[in-house]
Every structure is written in C-alpha cells, then in structure tokens.
Design a protein around this ligand. Structure first.
Ligand code: APR
Length: 225
C-alpha cells in the first residue's frame, strides 16, 4: 500500500514559472486593487475590468511552463499516492503530470454562469461582455473574496488520511485555506517549503528554500520515510 502525501500549494509554487505571487514585494496586490478584481462586489461594480484582469492572466498562462517543483510533485506519484490541494488557479500542476489536483480557489482555464453551476473549459481564451454560459453572462470560474469555497470539505477529506503533508509557497493568510493544516492528522509529519516560511499552528519540518530547490531536498528526505 503506497503512503499518501497531500500537498497544499500556493502562489509561491508557481513563482519560478514566472507567475507573480500576491503578497511578496511587487506582488499582484501591489499592482491591482484586490477589491476591484478579486472580489464578488468588484464583479458587480465593473465586470469588464474583472474580465480584462483575468483575460490578461489567462493569456499569459499559455506561455508559462511548470517548474521543477511542479514536476517533482508529479514524479512522486511513482512511489506514493499524491494529492494536491492548490490555492492556485493556474494549470501548471496538471501540465506537470499531477493526476489528483483540487483547486480551492477555482481554475483560470474554466468559465461559468453567474450561479457557478454551469462550468465550461475555455483553455486560454478571453471572456467578453456578452458571452453567455447557461442563461447568463459568462464569468471566470474563480472563487473571489466574499464567495464560498465549495471544495473545502473535499480538501479536509483528502487531508484526513494523509501520511505526510507538504505545504509549498503560501503565506497562509487567506482562510479557510490557511486553516487546512488544522485538519491534518496530528501524528503525521508536516513539511513547509518556502524561502520566507509563515508561522504555523503546529510544529513543521521547515525547508526554507524556493519550491524547486526545496522539492529536491524533500524528495531525498522522503526516501527514508
Ligand atoms: N518558492 C516557494 N515559495 C515562494 C517562492 C518560491 N520561489 N516565492 C515566494 N514564495 C512564498 C512567499 O514567501 C509566500 O509565503 O510564497 C508565498 C506567497 O504568498 P501569497 O502571495 O500570499 O500567495 P498565497 O498564499 O497563495 O495567497 C493565497 O490569496 O489573494 C488570494 O486567492 C488568492 O490563492 C490566493 C490566496
């Protein structure tokens, strides 16, 4: 029976693929007002501003590549059962070959109707005012501030029988995602890979390196687990 590793990844996971994080210096929220582009109220106020923001992000994603950290996580599936819970909306874990990826905050390559019940894959295409999905204006399939996080219960279930938990590249500032560590079994090792590791509610094995370097060290340590 393969041991199960559950990863919890954030924007730092994709930083070395050239996708900026949110709260580092020169991060996304230094250049955009989060309440205009990543909040349900911002969508009601000015949908075309929100569509432009995600159209730019989606267009740019097409030319980005998974980095060695994404590839290392996917490669672990040879020897472990690996599940990835990501806060990221990019498709880099999937493109690296990970087969079990849960997106807590939605997916950039999908669009949906206003009620988020009709969901369609759109790849890296734009969404325009006037585009319809279901009976309503199409919108990005993203979880904005002020919206529910419907996949949270599935993430808790994934963690409940983990043998190892690995947190990579998240400031652990946004709930409920930041509270996921509370649901990891208390007797399993938790690794944290981040050059500027956040404070955590429980003791962790800290690898204060970037994702690509930290994953190399983790893979070596997992050989003796
Ligand atoms: N490798 C690993 N970690 C890195 C790297 C790197 N190369 N570069 C930066 N980091 C770390 C930072 O030290 C920080 O801890 O990644 C983390 C990025 O934190 P945030 O920018 O806050 O991103 P994240 O935690 O994913 O944000 C959570 O906030 O705005 C919302 O929905 C958005 O999903 C996002 C959520």
């Amino acid at each position: 029976m393969k041991k199960k590793i559950v990863f919890i990844t954030g924007a730092g996971m994709s930083a070395e693929s050239g996708i900026s994080t949110f709260r580092d210096s020169d991060g996304m929220w230094e250049n955009y007002n989060v309440s205009d582009v990543a909040d349900i109220e911002g969508w009601y106020r000015n949908p075309s501003l929100v569509l432009d923001f995600y159209n730019n992000m989606r267009r740019s994603l097409e030319s980005k590549q998974p980095n060695a950290g994404h590839l290392a996580i996917a490669a672990l599936e040879k020897d472990f059962e690996v599940q990835v819970i990501t806060q990221n909306v990019d498709d880099l874990h999937e493109r690296a070959g990970s087969t079990q990826v849960l997106h807590l905050h939605g997916e950039l390559t999908k669009a949906c109707d206003e009620s988020k019940t009709v969901v369609e894959s759109i790849g890296y295409a734009d969404i325009h005012i006037g585009d319809k999905i279901g009976q309503t204006q199409a919108r990005p399939f993203i979880v904005w501030f002020g919206e529910a996080v419907p996949e949270f219960e599935n993430a808790v279930r994934m963690l409940s029988d983990a043998d190892v938990v690995v947190v990579v590249g998240t400031s652990l500032q946004v709930y409920p995602a930041a509270g996921l560590l509370n649901y990891a079994p208390s007797d399993v090792p938790v690794y944290l890979i981040d050059p500027k590791p956040a404070q955590t509610v429980r003791p962790v094995r800290c690898i204060a390196k970037k994702a690509t370097e930290g994953m190399k060290q983790l893979v070596e340590e997992l050989k003796t687990i």
